[in-house]
Unconditional design. Structure first.
Length: 601
C-alpha cells in the first residue's frame, strides 16, 4: 500500500493515511479496522480486520473472504517497487531466537480503599473482618454500600439540582472481581448474609405470626359470610328488607374479607422475572438480586427464550418504573415500583470474555456500564494465618444501621404522586456542581478513551448523587436523627468514591480491550506446560477450548501477542503446495529459550 492510501479504523471518525499509521504504529496496535483493499466489505464494517504493529513489521489481519494477512512495506506510489524482492525481505526468517519477554504484564493501577472513605459506622467491622479473612477491604465495603442502597430503595430519592425535578433512585449494581483464590464468596457472605440475613430471619418470623393470625381471621370471616349470605337470601325471598337492606348486607360482605399479609423480602438469589415482579409487588421499596457468580446470570439472559429478562433488568436499574405482567394462567400482576439492585462476584477471565463480546460485536445496550460498583482490587499482601473471634460489637453496630435504613420513612412531598426525596445542602450543592462540571467538560470529552469507558463514566451522573444520599442516610441512621439535606461531607465522600471506582473500571475494561494479553498469558502457560507441540496451528489451540481461547479471533490475538513477546514465530506456509480450496494455515514455532528459562530442557 502507498503512503497516501487510507485505512478506516473503528476508533477514528475519519480515515487515516498509511504514512500516518506507519509513523505512529504503536498507537494503532490492536485496533480494529475495515479491510484495507475492500473497505466496503460487510457493509463497510470497521471490525473486519485488525492492525498489529508487530515490533515495527506491521500487519493487518482481515477476516474478509476467510483470513487474509496484509504485510506492510513502505514506499511511495510514484516510485517503482520490486514486490518479489520486497516480499522476500519481509518474509525472511531469522532463526536466531531473541530472548522471550515476560508475559505477565501489570494491570492498570487502582486506587486503594482508604478508611476515611468508608462510612464511619462500618469502618471497625470492615477493618477487622478484612484482616481476619485476609481479603481486601474493598470486598467488604463495596457490597455493604450496595446492601444499604438496596434497603433504602424507593423510600427516598435525591434531586441533585436545587430547582430541577430530576430525581435519582439510589439503586446500585456492582460486584467484586478476583480469581478463585481471593475469597470472594466468604467476603460476600459476610457483607450480605450477615446483614440482610438477620433482617430476613426477623421478617420471616413476623410473617409466620401474621399468617397464622390471618388464617384465624379467614375462618371467622367465612362463618360471618355464611351468615350474611343466608340473611341476603331471606331478604330476597321475602321481597322486602328484614332489618337491613340487601345493599347494606352486600357491602358488609365485601368488607368482611381479611387481606392476606405479604412477607417482607430483602433479597433473592435465583428467580424468574415473573416471580421477581410478584416479589416487587409485595415489596415496593425494592430488592437485592444477589448471585454468588454473576456470570451465571449473564449467561442465562443470553439463552434463547430469555430475551425479555435483559430488558427487564435494564428497566429495573432505573428504580422508578412500574411493570404489569399479563398471563393467561396467572392473570395480571402489577408492581408499581420496579427497583432491583444487583450484586455478586466474578472471575477476571469471565468478565473479560463477556466484555470483549459486548465490545467486539457492537451489541452494547449499556448493561455492563450499569455495574457501577464493580471493583478489582490487588490481593491482600503478606498473607497470615489468623484465627480469632469476630468483633461482634462492630458487626452489630453496622447491622443496626442497616436495619434503621430498612425502616426509614422520609416525609413525602406535597405531590403525593412523587416519591419522597432530599436535596443537597448549600455546601453539598457546590460540591456536586463542581464535580458534575468536571465530568461533563473534561472526562466525557476525552477522545483518548474508548467509547465503552466514556459510556461507563456517563452513568456517574446518577452514581455520585446516589452515593451521597446513601452515605448521608447511613450517618442519619447511626445518629438516630431524621433525614435532612445531604451534607457537604457526604458529597465529598461520594466524589472520592467516583474517582476510586473509575480506576477500578479502567482496570476491568482493560481486560476486554486487550484480550490478546489476557489470552496470551493463558496460552503461554499451556505452551510452557507442553500442551502444544512445536509447529502447532491456530486450529490446534481453538479445538482445546481453553477459557478465552475459544474463538478464532481470540486465539489469533493471543498468538500475535506472543509473537510480539518473542515466545512464538509465525511460519508462513509454502503456498506452492496448495491444491486449491482454502490456503494453507500458518504454523507457529516455539522459542526454545522459554523452557531453558523455566528450568526445563
Amino acid at each position: 500500500m502507498a503512503d497516501d492510501d487510507l485505512l478506516h479504523f473503528a476508533h477514528q471518525n475519519e480515515p487515516v493515511s498509511v504514512a500516518h499509521v506507519m509513523d505512529n504504529g504503536p498507537q494503532f496496535n490492536g485496533k480494529s479496522c475495515a479491510d484495507p483493499l475492500e473497505p466496503e466489505y460487510n457493509g463497510g464494517s470497521r471490525s473486519t480486520a485488525k492492525f498489529y504493529w508487530n515490533n515495527g513489521k506491521p500487519i493487518v489481519r482481515s477476516h474478509a473472504h476467510g483470513v487474509i494477512k496484509y504485510m506492510f512495506r513502505r514506499f511511495s506510489a510514484k516510485e517503482p517497487v520490486d514486490f518479489e524482492a520486497a516480499d522476500d525481505d519481509t518474509l525472511r526468517q531469522d532463526m536466531d531466537w531473541k530472548t522471550p519477554l515476560p508475559v505477565k504484564d501489570e494491570l492498570p493501577p487502582v486506587e486503594p480503599m482508604r478508611a476515611e472513605m468508608m462510612p464511619e459506622p462500618f469502618r471497625a467491622w470492615v477493618a477487622e473482618a478484612a484482616d481476619r479473612m485476609q481479603v481486601p477491604a474493598d470486598f467488604l465495603i463495596v457490597p455493604l454500600v450496595a446492601v444499604c442502597a438496596s434497603v433504602i430503595g424507593t423510600s427516598c430519592c435525591i434531586r441533585p439540582k436545587q430547582q430541577d425535578d430530576w430525581s435519582v433512585v439510589p439503586n446500585l449494581w456492582g460486584g467484586i472481581v478476583g480469581p478463585p483464590s481471593m475469597m470472594k464468596t466468604p467476603a460476600l457472605n459476610e457483607a450480605v448474609n450477615k446483614t440482610l440475613g438477620r433482617l430476613e430471619a426477623a421478617a420471616g418470623k413476623a410473617y409466620q405470626e401474621a399468617l397464622a393470625e390471618y388464617e384465624v381471621k379467614v375462618m371467622i370471616a367465612d362463618a360471618e359470610q355464611s351468615k350474611l349470605k343466608e340473611e341476603i337470601k331471606k331478604t330476597v325471598k321475602a321481597g322486602q328488607d328484614t332489618g337491613r337492606s340487601t345493599a347494606e348486607l352486600a357491602g358488609e360482605l365485601r368488607r368482611n374479607r381479611p387481606e392476606r399479609p405479604a412477607e417482607r423480602r430483602y433479597k433473592t438469589n435465583d428467580s424468574s422475572i415473573e416471580k421477581i415482579v410478584e416479589l416487587l409487588r409485595d415489596n415496593p421499596r425494592g430488592l437485592l438480586y444477589f448471585r454468588d457468580e454473576l456470570i451465571a446470570l449473564f449467561k442465562r439472559m443470553e439463552r434463547a427464550g430469555n430475551e425479555q429478562d435483559r430488558a427487564f433488568m435494564l428497566e429495573a436499574w432505573n428504580g422508578d418504573g412500574c411493570h404489569v405482567d399479563d398471563r393467561i394462567g396467572r392473570g395480571t400482576v402489577r408492581a408499581d415500583n420496579i427497583c432491583l439492585s444487583l450484586l455478586g462476584g466474578i472471575q477476571p477471565d469471565k468478565i473479560a470474555e463477556y466484555l470483549h463480546r459486548a465490545v467486539a460485536s457492537g451489541d452494547n445496550d449499556g448493561f455492563v456500564q450499569r455495574l457501577q460498583l464493580m471493583v478489582y482490587p490487588d490481593p491482600a499482601k503478606d498473607w497470615q494465618y489468623i484465627d480469632r473471634k469476630p468483633d461482634s460489637a462492630a458487626r452489630n453496630r453496622a447491622c443496626k444501621v442497616i436495619q434503621a435504613l430498612a425502616e426509614l420513612e422520609v416525609m413525602p412531598s406535597e405531590n403525593q404522586q412523587e416519591k419522597p426525596f432530599l436535596r443537597f445542602s448549600r455546601d453539598g450543592q457546590a460540591v456536586f456542581q463542581e464535580w458534575l462540571t468536571r465530568l461533563q467538560r473534561e472526562k466525557l470529552t476525552d477522545e483518548r478513551d474508548h467509547s465503552i469507558i466514556l459510556e461507563h463514566l456517563a452513568k456517574y451522573r446518577s452514581l455520585m448523587p446516589s452515593l451521597a444520599l446513601v452515605f448521608h442516610l447511613i450517618e442519619c441512621a447511626d445518629q438516630g436523627r431524621s433525614p435532612d439535606p445531604v451534607s457537604r461531607e457526604a458529597a465529598e465522600k461520594a466524589a472520592a468514591w467516583c474517582q476510586y471506582l473509575e480506576s477500578h473500571a479502567r482496570r476491568i475494561y482493560s481486560l476486554a480491550l486487550n484480550t490478546g494479553r489476557l489470552g496470551g498469558e493463558a496460552l503461554a502457560k499451556k505452551i510452557r506446560s507442553g500442551a502444544l507441540p512445536d509447529g502447532f496451528k491456530l486450529r490446534d489451540v481453538q479445538m482445546k477450548k481453553w477459557g478465552l481461547l475459544t474463538s478464532g479471533e481470540a486465539v489469533q490475538d493471543a498468538l500475535d501477542w506472543l509473537v510480539e513477546k518473542h515466545w512464538l514465530r509465525e511460519m508462513e506456509p509454502d503456498r506452492g503446495t496448495a491444491q486449491g480450496g482454502r490456503p494453507p494455515a500458518s504454523s507457529y514455532a516455539i522459542n526454545p529459550k522459554i523452557f531453558a528459562e523455566s528450568g526445563k530442557v
